[in-house]
Design a protein around this ligand. Structure first.
Ligand code: PA5
Length: 468
């Protein structure tokens, strides 16, 4: 069976001189990496690391069965699926749709699609939300064939709560009491504001499993329900994640992709490569880089370490798209400050490759004949190889994640790889990869500015009216 492979050769000093790592240092780090692997193997499935068991039974079967039952019931009559959520409750959903369904999915006729049209609102941009809801309302059939998938562990996230109140009112207006049958909520199974609403209003629910944080939840019902509604093979996703997880549990470090990835990136960070670019050569995989940005930034960007010392650590994750950003960012990556490591994502075989015709305009045969009869996939991958070469030639460290093809299995591998690598990186940096204290202040201040009871002092602080 094919699997994701990683190539770090261009991160080492023999390729990028003093900007790279020393192979001897990797060998010297192996005992420490074995120890970290053992620590992670011991703590998996407990505390904040319960996400690691999502691809395995019993959670796997529980989730697949519950999702399957709802999908069988809802999918035949659903034309529109609107996903409400933000951050960890949206990025995984968007990435899965974009990677595993065609870019034209929503435009295809129903008989060609594997499920309803899907709209993930994510932000509270009024124009984007407004036009999406108008489109759904005006479609024929419209709200009577629409399902709202609201995803919020707490139910108190301002953006999701606002989206939910708007969508709920629309549905209620159109469908009366029946509206509740059009809502599937993914939330805390036992407590929280959303749970109380679900219990009172009778929505179908799926769990955000206990101890699974937003950015580690894509392989739970948070990401899997909307994926399954739209025909994505969620069992294959979990198979891929499970297979990658086994590789990442290995104490044979050279065979452990997550340990190696985390070591390379954190060591390069310590050598001043503080910007970590992920650059898929595939539009479908581009939004996986968005998902990665949240995971890497929110998990590793921390003021204090686990001993309470101020450390202000964290690489800055950046996304770029090949070949598009060769005409934009690569100038900077190659000649600007040598403070980056670039991660390429390569697809060996595209499902729908496009052949370039060999019918050339007579005026340009000499200039364009190299393209004739080739394919866009071949051109895209040649551009990736060329950029790898150019960056390496300029001593810019870079690595490659190689997808044999874009399938649910390989996307599952990719997701688990980065989540386990994040767990390693957290240990290496001696920080808590699972909290996000810095995003709380913004949330509380928003409550204050929006007039929530009990948060008046936040409003006063923001407006500088607290005398402080
Ligand atoms: O990663 C995270 O924890 C966040 O991005 C959350 O997922 C996001 O803030 C949404 O939270 P909630 O699910 O409680 O609405």
């Amino acid at each position: 069976m094919t699997q994701l492979t990683l190539d770090f050769a261009n991160c080492f000093a023999d390729r990028v001189s003093g900007h790279g790592l020393d192979a001897a240092d990797f060998d010297a780090a192996k005992p420490q990496l074995v120890e970290l692997t053992q620590r992670l193997n011991d703590s998996r499935g407990t505390g904040s690391e319960r996400w690691r068991e999502l691809p395995f039974d019993p959670m796997r079967s529980e989730h697949i069965n519950a999702i399957k039952a709802l999908v069988e019931q809802l999918r035949p009559n659903t034309k529109n699926l609107i996903v409400l959520g933000i951050g960890g409750s949206a990025l995984g959903n968007i990435a899965l749709q974009s990677a595993l369904n065609p870019a034209t999915y929503n435009l295809q006729p129903r008989e060609q699609r594997n499920g309803p049209r899907v709209f993930v609102l994510d932000n509270v941009d009024p124009q984007s939300v407004g036009t999406t809801l108008t489109e759904v309302r005006r479609s024929d059939p419209g709200l009577e064939r629409t399902v709202i998938n609201v995803i919020s562990k707490s139910g108190e996230t301002a953006e999701t709560a606002a989206q939910f109140l708007i969508a709920r009112a629309l549905l209620k207006d159109a469908l009366g009491d029946e509206y509740a049958k059009h809502v599937v909520a993914v939330t805390d199974p036992s407590s929280g504001t959303m749970r109380r609403i679900c219990d009172a209003e009778g929505y179908a629910t799926l769990p955000v499993p206990e101890g699974v944080g937003g950015r580690f939840s894509v392989l739970s019902p948070v990401g899997l329900f909307s994926a399954a509604m739209c025909g994505i093979d969620i069992a294959a996703l979990l198979d891929g994640a499970a297979a990658m997880d086994s590789r990442c549990a290995s104490t044979d470090i050279a065979e452990n992709p997550a340990a190696t990835l985390a070591w390379v990136l954190i060591e390069l960070y310590r050598k001043g490569k503080i910007n970590h670019v992920l650059m898929p050569y595939s539009n479908g995989l581009y939004l996986l880089a968005d998902w990665y940005r949240q995971l890497w930034a929110e998990s590793l960007g921390k003021r204090v370490d686990v001993d309470g010392r101020e450390v202000f650590v964290g690489p800055t994750p950046i996304k770029a798209l090949g070949a598009t950003d060769q005409h934009s960012q690569v100038q900077l990556y190659r000649e600007g400050p040598n403070d980056k490591v670039i991660g390429f994502m390569e697809v060996a075989s595209f499902a729908d490759d496009v052949t370039i015709p060999d019918d050339l305009p007579a005026e340009a045969v000499e200039q364009l004949s190299y393209l004739a009869g080739s394919t866009l996939g071949t051109l895209l991958n040649a551009e990736m190889r060329a950029t790898q070469y150019a960056l390496t030639d300029s001593h810019r460290p870079n690595f490659t994640i190689h997808f044999p093809s874009i399938t649910a299995q390989h996307v599952g591998e990719f997701l688990q790889l980065w989540m386990v690598a994040t767990a390693y990186a957290g240990l290496m940096l001696n920080i808590d990869a699972y909290n996000q204290p810095a995003v709380e202040t913004g949330k509380l201040a928003t409550f204050g500015l929006m007039g929530r009871d009990g948060y008046e002092h936040w409003k006063a602080k923001v407006l500088g009216e607290d005398g402080g």
